[in-house]
Design a protein around this ligand. Structure first.
Ligand SMILES: [Ca+2]
Ligand SMILES: [Ca+2]
Length: 408
């Protein structure tokens, strides 16, 4: 406990410098706070999406050593100002704190309860992300639950039976994600499972109406940003598993997981898209995976993690006949079971055979409703935790598409 309380946000000033007769409008946000007796200040150049740091009296854009800006000079497109700890500023701080403490239109308090240094850093990141996008300083409420990891475990059989994971990022800025295809690493965790021994990822982005390859990886350690992958993820991967660290713009993406060694060695792989960036205002909102449903250990399983407080509304879908592929290749009647994982145990929270029979069926957004009544779908309000959804196929096998979609 660092003794940091809400009231330690002492200042937040917006500086708008307008040059008469031009459109040169610069917004520089200055955010100050007090940590014990030490003052810290962060400057945000909202126009250029940069942060300005002062280290030993020298200002830098983005990080130390990048572009030193001598103290006392104006920045290229704007300026910075030192905080003034005078009466006028403190009066503004009090006014700002009062505004924060008032209820917003949603009935929430825009206050961040920072009790530790880590909390404070998160609060700052929220403020900065908000400042860069909205160009006004608002302290985010941290109470919104969000999806941070979505994955699908599926057989990878080569050619048209590869696992194809589609996902969508929505928002205003880029999102840093780790995309993984755990094959041999999954085998290490599951002794004896028939895993894909050597996986490869090809990542496509929808650009001007068609999918274009934007990245590929065979073995994750060869990715140029592999060192940015969180340690706990690195430990899960075998050297033959594929992994990419990417900053992705809002858009529609498809990751195809395939055998690296032609189509001769096939097996189960876990494809996942992991949000490793809690400062971005962009969100990972869905993943869907197209894969063969083979029953038992080879069934298709979607895993997802919800973090934060409150609940997150999600729609999970298991589509067979609704998939636009030749009908003879599809599962004719899919099912869905959703489990919550806690303390090493999984407990079923919901199940569905045909989506129109679900209690909340009418509330499923139109674009997520399966076109065929034999497909399964559930709308659920879920609290923080780790979940899995298993797609089954009544009476046989066939290709299905499992999807996890954040709704609210
Ligand atoms: Ca590989
Ligand atoms: Ca069904």
């Amino acid at each position: 406990m660092c003794g940091i309380e809400l009231a330690d946000f002492l200042m937040a000033n917006d500086h708008v410098n307008k040059k008469p007769g031009t459109e040169n409008t610069i917004t520089l946000h200055t955010i100050g706070f007090q940590l014990g007796k030490a003052w810290r200040t962060i400057y945000v150049d909202a126009i250029n999406n940069k942060r300005v740091y002062k280290i030993d009296g020298i200002y830098y854009y983005d990080e130390a050593g990048s572009e030193p800006v001598p103290a006392g000079t104006k920045l290229k497109n704007g300026g910075y100002e030192e905080d003034v700890k005078g009466t006028a500023t403190n009066a503004r701080a009090v006014k700002f704190l009062k505004r924060l403490a008032s209820l917003n239109a949603d009935g929430n308090r825009n206050f961040y309860a920072a009790e530790t240094a880590d909390d404070l850093l998160k609060a700052f990141n929220n403020i900065i992300a908000e400042a860069m996008n909205a160009r006004t300083v608002i302290v985010n409420s941290p109470t919104t639950a969000r999806l941070i990891n979505i994955s699908s475990r599926a057989p990878v059989r080569g050619g048209t039976n590869n696992a194809i994971a589609g996902f969508i990022i929505r928002g205003t800025g880029t999102k840093k994600v780790v995309i993984r295809a755990d094959g041999a690493g999954l085998g290490n965790r599951w002794n004896g499972a028939k895993v894909l021994a050597d996986s490869k990822i090809v990542l496509y982005q929808m650009i001007n109406g068609s999918y274009q390859v934007i990245a590929t990886n065979d073995n994750w350690q060869s990715d140029s940003r592999a060192n940015e992958m969180p340690d706990e993820m690195q430990q899960l991967l075998a050297s033959s598993d594929a992994g990419l660290v990417m900053n992705l713009a809002p858009g529609t993406y498809t990751a195809i997981v395939q055998p690296a060694t032609g189509n001769t060695t096939t097996g189960i792989a876990l494809v996942s898209v992991n949000d490793v960036d809690d400062t971005s205002t962009s969100k990972l909102i869905n993943i869907s995976t197209l894969a063969p449903i083979e029953g038992g250990q080879s069934n298709v399983i979607a895993g997802f993690i919800i973090t934060g407080t409150g609940t997150k509304q999600v729609v999970v879908t298991a589509q067979g006949k609704s998939v636009k592929l030749p009908p003879e290749r599809l599962c004719q009647d899919t099912t869905m079971n959703v489990y919550k994982m806690a303390n090493g145990k999984s407990t079923e929270v919901a199940n569905n055979d045909d989506w129109q029979e679900g209690a909340q069926a009418a509330r499923i957004p139109t674009h997520l409703k399966p076109s065929e009544p034999s497909d399964a779908a559930l709308l659920l309000n879920l609290g923080a935790g780790a979940y899995s959804a298993i797609m089954g196929c009544i009476g046989g096998t066939g290709i299905g598409s499992i999807g996890v979609n954040a709704v609210d």
